[in-house]
Design a protein around this ligand. Structure first.
Ligand code: ADP
Ligand code: MG
Length: 252
């Protein structure tokens, strides 16, 4: 009964409740230690986090607090030193590199601060890359890459090289590349960090739209204004989750 009351209260305050949705991400007591010149660097010190399908979670914390490490481990780019990581209920913390790659290719899209596009490769070929790794035929690759580039408003920039695109356009290519495998989860690590405020807003609008279409979104940012687009903001300090807040949508 207490729960019912709580979620009614949330609805009154304009907070969307995801209590009923299944967990897509669960980190339990995740520790990550990097060995550096014989010294152990603790990047995460027992971080726990749960994210439900359809949520948009913002992650905020100072530089060096472990945000990118958290994203890499959640995104199956790296394994924890200790602790468990569940993606769609499957414990991925002890999978080998090939198994991790399969989870990534099947479920997860990444967007990075620095876009990470191949410079001498056209927009459409950059977007096709994940499909090439997945063994999709050339014709099908073109078709799907074109579709997602159109979806991010770049249907007229298919053959442009990254150097011929603005920062905001390059990040939209990176979003299209993240989308081309139809991920259920997008991880965005400071996606607006290298953009002017207008391009940053465009990129945020696209990410929010994708979340509105059902893709779970976890987004790291330094920028409070950007974080407030999320349903919930999680704060991290010195490798620990120190608190979270729900964002009211009353003002929208
Ligand atoms: N590959 C690595 N090797 C050694 N130390 C690392 C490595 N990656 C990150 N660290 C250290 O781990 C801590 C957390 O880093 P990071 O997750 O990148 O933080 P953030 O993204 O919040 O700036 C920092 O002290 C950083 O120097
Ligand atoms: Mg970082």
């Amino acid at each position: 009964m207490g729960e019912q009351k709580d979620s009614d209260g949330k609805r009154e305050r304009g907070i969307r409740s995801f209590e009923e949705a299944p967990l897509i991400v669960k980190l339990h007591n995740v520790v990550k230690i990097y060995p550096m010149d014989g010294v152990e660097v603790f990047a995460l010190r027992g971080a726990s986090l749960e994210v439900r399908k359809g949520e948009f979670v913002g992650i905020m914390g100072a530089s060096g607090s472990g945000k990118s490490t958290l994203m890499h481990i959640t995104g199956c780019l790296d394994r924890p030193t200790e602790g468990e990581v569940y993606i769609d209920g499957e414990d991925v913390s002890k999978l080998n590199d090939n198994q991790l790659a399969d989870i990534r290719n099947g479920k997860i899209g990444f967007v990075f601060q620095s876009f990470n596009l191949l410079p001498r490769t056209s927009a459409i070929s950059n977007v096709e890359l994940p499909l090439l790794y997945a063994g999709v035929s050339r014709g099908e690759r073109r078709k799907r890459a074109k579709e997602v580039l159109e979806r991010v408003g770049l249907g007229s920039r298919l053959d442009h090289y990254p150097s011929q695109l603005s920062g905001g356009e390059q990040q939209r290519v990176a979003i299209a590349r993240a989308l081309v495998n139809h991920p259920s989860l997008i991880l965005a690590d400071e996606p607006t960090g290298n953009l002017d405020s207008k391009s940053g807003k465009e990129v945020m609008n696209i990410l929010k739209e994708l979340n509105g279409q059902g893709i779970t979104l976890i987004l790291v940012t330094h920028d409070r204004e950007v974080a407030e687009h999320a349903h919930r903001i999680v704060h991290i300090r010195d490798g620990e989750i120190i608190g979270e807040e729900e964002v009211s949508k009353d003002n929208e």
